[in-house]
Design a protein around this ligand. Structure first.
Ligand SMILES: Cc1cc2nc3c(=O)[nH]c(=O)nc-3n(C[C@H](O)[C@H](O)[C@H](O)COP(=O)(O)OP(=O)(O)OC[C@H]3O[C@@H](n4cnc5c(N)ncnc54)[C@H](O)[C@@H]3O)c2cc1C
Length: 397
């Protein structure tokens, strides 16, 4: 389908929305992004961009900029919580490509610059509250009182997607029994480009450097019964985080002492949406498959989706055929990733003899086959959507 002059509306100026908008605009489409926020703001904290996401950014000509704003990860160190003793070290140089630690705000700003350079119009303060779908037109209402219509609608509107709701009805998410704090603290001297995972009974804490190593990103997960609202920006007291991880040793106490602001969010399991498209509308990213953070794949799946969706629109005769091919390719892979992320939390949080046995097995496995543990993730990291769909190898601006 020729994209030149085709009018496409994307809902949401997050990672998936800005990426798909940029690719489509570079192929000649007239793309408008509607975003509820009043601007691209400094929100969020650290994200990990693994080789499967990096290839998309590189194919967009953003590889050098990514290297500039991200910290290239060298290793992942799994540690026991008590003294921070290392259980296993994964050398990321053995991975299929580069692996970056990046601030979400820096990634979104980079993608917004690329989108604008490609001619994408980003319209802020457009919070979609109503959506009616016809076969070849979508009618949108905003909280600000505007009525809009779209020829082709791409729902990149995240965790609480309006478009997902219209395509699938409301599915109630289930609380996982886990909450996560996230914070950034200034680095105290030189920091190695390593993601450290401190594993304790019922809890784990991950930290890695951002922004040339000037900042440290902390994500700390605790199992608990009480239920916390789902969302990215609930403030909590740093003292609560310190109390929950008071028995963690190694670098953890010094890091937590420096926390002055912290957000807490409840982790919910959502089913992958059964229906990703209907008529002129489709969904991608968190709108289609919200995931738990334990495999660090939310942003990476969003980048992969964006590439495959744009490629499908270019290579099929109708949006409906394109959307069907896109769902067929993406749904099985994203289901596998979402499942693997759910299983990872259990592995980090073992207690008692199970924990000792699992740590011993990891140590022996790592010593016998140092590249082995990472090899297990080839299915995830070596997946290169840009190479699979070279047709949409959009030129850099
Ligand atoms: C504020 C925020 C902070 C985050 N922080 C982190 C983090 O620190 N670490 C991490 O790993 N992941 C974080 N994430 C999640 C991560 O960015 C996503 O999992 C991933 O990038 C998937 O991207 P997405 O484009 O599908 O969704 P998102 O990146 O969530 O983007 C969705 C976009 O749609 C907009 N939107 C939603 N509803 C509407 C509506 N009705 N009308 C108009 N616009 C709408 C949102 O404002 C947002 O800009 C954060 C997400 C958000 C929104």
């Amino acid at each position: 389908m020729a994209l030149t002059g085709r009018k496409i509306t994307v809902l949401g100026a997050g990672i998936s929305g800005l990426t798909v908008a940029t690719i489509l605009a570079r192929r000649g489409a007239e793309v408008t992004v509607l975003e509820r926020a009043e601007a691209i703001r400094e929100v969020g904290a650290g994200l990990q961009i693994s080789p499967n996401g990096v290839t998309v950014l590189e194919a967009l000509g953003l590889g050098a900029e990514l290297a500039d704003i991200g910290v290239r990860g060298r290793e992942v160190a799994l540690r026991d919580y008590r003294q921070g003793r290392e259980v296993l070290r994964l050398d990321l140089s053995g991975a299929t490509g580069a692996y970056y630690f990046i601030h979400r705000a820096d990634l979104v700003e980079m993608l917004a610059r690329a989108a604008r350079a490609a001619g994408v119009q980003i319209r802020f303060l457009h919070e979609i509250t109503g959506l009616a779908l016809e076969q070849d037109r979508a009618h949108l209402t905003t909280a600000q009182g505007a009525h809009l219509s779209a020829e082709t609608l791409i729902g990149a509107d995240g965790l609480h997607s309006v478009v997902r709701g219209v395509l699938n009805g409301r599915a109630a998410p289930s609380f996982t029994g886990q909450v996560a704090w996230r914070a950034t603290v200034p680095a105290n001297g030189r920091v190695d480009p390593v993601a450290n995972v401190h594993m304790g009974p019922g809890r784990h804490l991950v930290h890695y450097p951002l922004r040339s190593g000037d900042l440290i990103n902390i994500v700390a997960v605790e199992e608990r019964r009480d239920w916390v609202d789902e969302g990215w920006n609930h403030d909590d007291q740093p003292a609560n985080l310190r109390a929950a991880f008071a028995d963690f040793g190694g670098e953890v106490p010094a890091l937590l002492d420096r926390v002055t602001r912290v957000n807490l969010w409840g982790l919910f399991r959502h089913p992958v949406a059964p229906h990703w498209h209907k008529g002129c509308a489709a969904i991608l990213g968190d709108a289609a498959h919200p995931t738990l953070p334990f495999l660090a794949q939310g942003a990476n799946m969003a980048l992969e989706d964006a590439w495959v969706l744009a490629a499908a629109l270019e290579s099929h005769d109708t949006p409906e055929a394109a959307f069907a091919a896109y769902q067929e390719e993406r749904r099985p892979r994203t289901m596998r990733i979402v499942d693997a992320a759910s299983r990872n939390a259990r592995n980090y949080h073992l207690s008692g003899p199970l924990r000792i046995a699992a740590h011993a097995a990891l140590r022996v496995g790592g010593a016998l086959a140092p590249g082995g543990p990472l090899k297990r993730f080839d299915w995830l990291y070596a997946h290169d959507v840009a190479a699979r769909h070279p047709l949409v190898a959009a030129p850099a601006p």
